[in-house]
Design a binder for this molecule. Sequence first.
Ligand SMILES: *[C@@H]1O[C@H](CO)[C@@H](O)[C@H](O)[C@H]1NC(C)=O
Ligand SMILES: *[C@@H]1O[C@H](CO)[C@@H](O)[C@H](O)[C@H]1NC(C)=O
Ligand SMILES: *[C@@H]1O[C@H](CO)[C@@H](O)[C@H](O)[C@H]1NC(C)=O
Ligand SMILES: *[C@@H]1O[C@H](CO)[C@@H](O)[C@H](O)[C@H]1NC(C)=O
Ligand SMILES: *[C@@H]1O[C@H](CO)[C@@H](O)[C@H](O)[C@H]1NC(C)=O
Ligand SMILES: *[C@@H]1O[C@H](CO)[C@@H](O)[C@H](O)[C@H]1NC(C)=O
Length: 578
Amino acid sequence: MTLFGIWQTLLIATTVLTTGVSAKRPNVVFILTDDQDLHMDSLSYMPNVKKHLIDQGTNYQKHYCTVALCCPSRVNLLTGKAAHNTNVTDVEPPYGGYRQFIDQNLNQNYLPVWLQKAGYNTYYTGKLMNFHHILNYNKPFAAGWTSSDFLLDPYTYSYLESVWQRDRSPPKSAAGQYSTDILAEKAYAYIEEGASSDTPFFVALAPIAPHANVDVNINGSNVSHTSGDPIPADRHKSLFSDVVVPRTPNFNPDVPSGVSWVAKLPQQNQTEVDYNDGFYRNRLRALQAVDEMVDGIFQKLESLGILEETYVVYSSDNGFHIGHHRLQPGKRCGFEEDINVPLIIRGPGVPQGATTDIVTTHTDLAPTFFDMLGIDLRDDFDGAPIPLTRADIDDAVTTRHEHVNVEHWGTVNSEGVFGNSSAAGTKENPENTYKALRLVGKEHNFYYSVFCNNEHELYNLTADPYQMNNLMSSSFKNQDGYAASDLQKMVHRLDALLMVLKTCVANDCIDPWGVLHPQGDVKNLEDALNPKYDAFYAKSFDTNSVSFTKCEAGQILSSEGSLEPSVYPGQVNWENFS
Ligand SMILES: *[C@@H]1O[C@H](CO)[C@@H](O)[C@H](O)[C@H]1NC(C)=O
Ligand SMILES: *[C@@H]1O[C@H](CO)[C@@H](O)[C@H](O)[C@H]1NC(C)=O
Ligand SMILES: *[C@@H]1O[C@H](CO)[C@@H](O)[C@H](O)[C@H]1NC(C)=O
Ligand SMILES: *[C@@H]1O[C@H](CO)[C@@H](O)[C@H](O)[C@H]1NC(C)=O
Ligand SMILES: *[C@@H]1O[C@H](CO)[C@@H](O)[C@H](O)[C@H]1NC(C)=O
Ligand SMILES: *[C@@H]1O[C@H](CO)[C@@H](O)[C@H](O)[C@H]1NC(C)=O
């Protein structure tokens, strides 16, 4: 018996002695949708998510993914490590997909493996990650699951011709049945199986909705894919016929916005807008089967008598845009639509019907599951547990860090019939590699990014919530000297913070100001804006800012500029520097 096992037995024995009943550790049901937006109001069309989760739990409204792309994002949240530390940065080889996950030795170093070691039964059904394929699912099998029933590529995104692979069995086609409905039945069965054991359980449910549908055409050895709108269940296919993408000020604007390839996009014509509104409606319709599953899950937890001891966590791997900044349907950008995603948590001690604006990210999810289940945190987590109680959430409003480390490598393949696969470069010349920082504090609300062509973006979301006004246009760079404006002083700080975040490991990702100021007296942007640091940050920006020497499709460090942040006070007395 392991030390942990002995401790657990003692704990259970003590609990039984003192209370007369055996208090089980809590269970977790984790629901992870695919490409679900927060900014196009998808949650407003999910009455059961509202009834069971939003009204009975806490809505973390400033929750972010750190890389707005399925596979890197899923590996990020399943490991508690930034994508630059997992080095799973794409959906497919050579930089991403299941093969890269295996090659980076993550299959023995991720959430379910750790939860099993801590005495949990673990279950997974749905999409694990991209390129988890009928040809490689057993080379090796995904580790850590007491039982698993995965959707496999190339059929993962086929709503009506999905292929499932349970435990050690070969893959089986479920052609003709609706993917999300199949998943719901598997979900209820796993919850029942989990509840039938004395061991607590973690169940992860990953439907593909509202991702685009991708069908597979096999003709001899020729395999091709046809991609189109998400497919709703028949019973939902005529809902919401009048609904269109919310016309926010950044929707298909008359003037271009963004930088790099985004700034070159043509405005969409009415044919494209109409088609994309239809794509949007099919997303909402496809989410209805997920919403019904949410209702079914709560009925199941209630009928099994385990609702009060089970956390239910709802999120999406990344967000989505349709028409924003003239973009065709897709993700992979750093705009709010792509990175700010739903996170709702209901469970023991979690405030009911509450919302909070404290900053949380997918990197925090694995540490959060550890925290929920009373497991000691790992030293190599790049994130910190999300506060779950009223007292801890209130405390976090003043003490929690303000930043999100956003990153992306590669191209953009837009979805929908007007999607332009060459809109953001080719594999050889990718244009969509960038490092970014989202900062949400009491006084400040910024998005700062550096693209691999060294174009910069800065949006002040307090004044410009739709990110239409890039404050780092050419006039910014033409101002001479670094003593000038408050805006420049702000940029100097944000850049230095991003310098730390883009290569940070473990606690440095949680407290990056502590790297810049080892004295420990700077905890947030407001502290760093103290004029006594002006010279240090100006010099740092001048000599050691975030930059690239080449656009790469993956994490090639020799193309990512300086990798070492400046440290105050460094080798010279910065207060005397001028
Ligand atoms: C299959 O491929 C062959 C050879 O390329 C072609 O002649 C045939 O039309 C294809 N069939 C379909 C259904 O696409
Ligand atoms: C494979 O299928 C695609 C799409 O139908 C077609 O364009 C291509 O010519 C086919 N290739 C072969 C070798 O049949
Ligand atoms: C709108 O744009 C699409 C794709 O670029 C094009 O095929 C179509 O002809 C255009 N429609 C109109 C009405 O201009
Ligand atoms: C696709 O993007 C490229 C590069 O921006 C552009 O030259 C081309 O015109 C675009 N094609 C369409 C159909 O929009
Ligand atoms: C950001 O916008 C707010 C609201 O307009 C303004 O008070 C603040 O000065 C702006 N910050 C910067 C650095 O421009
Ligand atoms: C990430 O993986 C790619 C592909 O295996 C490799 O070329 C690259 O050097 C790796 N980067 C780092 C920082 O390990």
